[in-house]
Design a protein around this ligand. Structure first.
Ligand code: 6PG
Length: 238
């Protein structure tokens, strides 16, 4: 299926459009199935989207949204780089979510202590083989990483386990937990939120059918939609 590529004059416009579409997708999923399921991302646009949703989330019934993360840093829970902590600050502390439906990846001071493999395995059991995200949000690094799937790594090559531990991330911190391609690509919609000229080469590689080992962003797609939300700079090599 051909991806949809939307180009905006600014990150603010990109985020505003993603916010409105997120409301539409989540409310449609709730109308169809009662509960919507989403995977969140860190990164500047991912967190800006959550802030925008805190301001206006239309008819979304937050008590019926299952919230997961695509990846998180395996650091103490109060660490400012936790994607989940940033999401609570931006959105989850401000809307009437059901705490039982918020699925945070274990931090390094959580129930598994420093045992990252046990922490990743527990999240894998939670995801199981049945979890289908209505929308999986993705930020992207300049070298094309999505979640904590970096070029030429075992996590990027993983073809069965839904969740793996990463202990040698080339981008600090080295220890992370990440969803893998089998579960990303089972999502109904996969959205990339990408701005900046330093992302242009990776955006072009993905659009030109690059190998996911070289450019992980090239390997992520939804079953009903793959949407690239780009600013002009990120789209400049298309
Ligand atoms: O885990 C990480 O190290 C970051 O969260 C990272 O994956 C981020 O999402 C992208 O690099 C996009 O970030 P920006 O949108 O801020 O460029």
């Amino acid at each position: 299926m051909t991806p949809e590529t939307l180009v905006f004059d600014s990150s603010a416009e990109l985020v505003a459009t993603a916010r409105a579409r997120f409301v539409d997708v989540v409310t449609a999923a709730q109308a169809a199935r009662g509960v919507a399921s989403v995977a969140l991302t860190g990164g500047s646009n991912g967190i800006a989207l959550l802030r925008a949703l805190a301001e206006d989330s239309g008819d979304v019934d937050w008590s019926n949204v299952e919230i997961y993360w695509g990846d998180d840093r395996f650091v103490p829970s109060a660490h400012p780089e936790r994607n989940s902590g940033q999401a609570f600050d931006a959105l989850l502390n401000h809307v009437p979510v059901d705490p039982a439906r918020i699925h945070v990846m274990a931090p390094s001071d959580g129930e598994f202590g420093h045992d990252i493999d046990a922490a990743a395995a527990a999240y894998g059991r939670l995801i199981g083989s049945d979890t289908v995200f209505d929308v999986h949000l993705l930020g992207m690094g300049g070298e094309g990483h999505v979640n904590s799937l970096f070029p030429h790594t075992a996590a990027t090559a993983e073809s069965t386990a839904p969740v793996v531990a990463v202990t040698d991330s080339p981008k600090p911190p080295p220890a992370r937990i990440t969803l893998t391609f089998p579960v990303i690509n089972a999502s109904r919609e996969v959205w990339f939120l990408v701005s900046g000229e330093e992302k242009a080469e990776a955006v072009a590689a993905a659009h030109n059918g690059a190998d996911r080992a070289d450019w992980p962003c090239a390997g992520a797609r939804g079953t009903t939609a793959t949407v690239w939300f780009l600013d002009r700079a990120a789209a400049s090599a298309l």
